[in-house]
Design a protein. Structure first.
Length: 405
């Protein structure tokens, strides 16, 4: 494919925006707990508090970002999210250089997390605007490829940069966000979208009405419990793998990169295969959650990088099956003119999971030394709840998600 043809596909354009955004995130995020716990000597249960704080921002910002994405526009919010995040990364670089108190550092991380939500909600809404229900799973798969190219490169680069002063990592991530904001402004034109008359609210547009929609509520409930689980991979697992299992930071970086490489290679072919098999979105939700359960549970039985790689393979398979389906289902359940708010509500719910999940994992890790089954068995149970929630979507309502008449 020629470069010109590549950039004529709006999903490809958005995928590159995600690459910039997630490369900045993936370089630093897996190594934050290690920096705070191992280099600064902060107890793990205290380190775990940064995740609820970051989650608070992910809870508070989506209602605002969804409203602004619907009213001001997707393109502006794409840029705003990346430029503001670059500024906060520079503040974090300064705080790291001067060994700022933990709570100052943690609150700044919370602000950084909030700025990322503006980009995420605008991006999800943008993609919903430029796609049809039939093309949406494939287009979301392209976004996930861009997302995971970043996760294939970022952890390896982060493992290398972790040998330098940690403030340098934040400077690099600030530069990436600046480049991403400029790229989004140049290539991402404001899409055409359905609008509603000023002063009128589309049916089901407020968050209470959305959650009173039974299929949406069960979808959101399952997504919440999955986020409680998936948030462990880049928080609890990094400390467990380098501490109790004793693998190196370089090996940890390679494991995270494996996750990204698998998605790059297999996300689009797997989505096409599932489409060819006519597997419904609800079946993908249930199946993906089951793979998550098996993958996270298997971490309890392994103790070296090669075996952990098998767990990552299973977890990533679940991720490739379920993630495009979640966003496709939300977009299909969105009332006209309220896609931004629907995506924002999903982001809010997942933000609660991001807030609670790593803290819960860090406490369980602290209290389960020598008992990995207690740790990973307890955490994997969240996937069981997600399977039940998705399976409880009534057959009479499944056509709303699956797109069938």
């Amino acid at each position: 494919m020629k470069l010109r043809e590549f950039f004529q596909d709006k999903a490809n354009i958005l995928a590159v925006s995600w690459l910039f955004n997630q490369l900045a995130y993936s370089i630093v995020y897996p190594f934050l707990p290690l920096y705070l716990h191992q280099e600064r000597g902060i107890p793990m249960d205290k380190v775990g508090l940064i995740f609820p704080l970051m989650g608070l921002a992910a809870i508070a910002i989506p209602p605002v970002s969804g409203m602004l994405a619907d009213r001001i526009g997707r393109r502006f919010m794409l840029q705003f999210g990346q430029f503001s995040r670059a500024g906060v990364f520079l503040v974090l670089a300064f705080l790291t250089a001067v060994d700022a108190p933990f709570w100052v550092f943690a609150v700044t991380l919370m602000v950084n997390s909030g700025t990322g939500v503006f980009f995420q909600v605008a991006s999800d809404s943008y993609l919903s605007d430029i796609s049809t229900p039939e093309s949406r799973p494939g287009m979301y798969s392209k976004i996930r490829v861009g997302f995971n190219i970043a996760w294939a490169i970022g952890p390896m680069l982060g493992a290398f940069l972790a040998r330098t002063p940690f403030s340098l990592i934040f400077c690099v991530t600030a530069g990436l966000c600046l480049c991403g904001g400029m790229y989004s402004g140049y290539f991402c034109r404001e899409p055409g979208r359905k609008t509603v008359a000023p002063g009128l609210q589309p049916p089901g547009a407020n968050y209470g009405q959305l959650l009173r929609n039974p299929p949406f509520f069960k979808l959101a409930l399952g997504s919440f419990f999955l986020t409680l689980l998936t948030s462990q991979l880049y928080s609890t697992f990094s400390v467990f793998a380098t501490g109790e299992a004793g693998i190196s930071r370089d090996s940890l970086g390679l494991l995270y990169s494996l996750n990204g490489i698998l998605v790059i290679l297999f996300q689009i072919p797997l989505t096409k295969l599932l489409d060819h098999l006519y597997l419904s979105q609800t079946a993908r939700l249930v199946g993906g959650a089951a793979f998550y359960f098996a993958g996270y549970l298997s971490l309890a039985f392994f103790g070296d990088a090669r075996l952990f790689a098998f767990s990552i393979l299973v977890i990533t398979t679940g991720e490739m099956i379920i993630q495009p389906s979640i966003y496709t289902a939300v977009s299909r359940l969105s009332p006209d003119g309220a896609t931004g708010r629907s995506m924002a509500l999903l982001s809010l719910i997942r933000g609660i999971g991001i807030s609670a999940g790593p803290w819960f994992g860090s406490v369980l890790l602290q209290r389960s030394h020598g008992l990995p089954f207690l740790l990973w068995g307890g955490l994997a149970s969240f996937a069981v709840i997600a399977v039940i929630a998705f399976a409880m979507i009534r057959p009479a309502n499944r056509h709303l998600i699956n797109g069938n008449p």
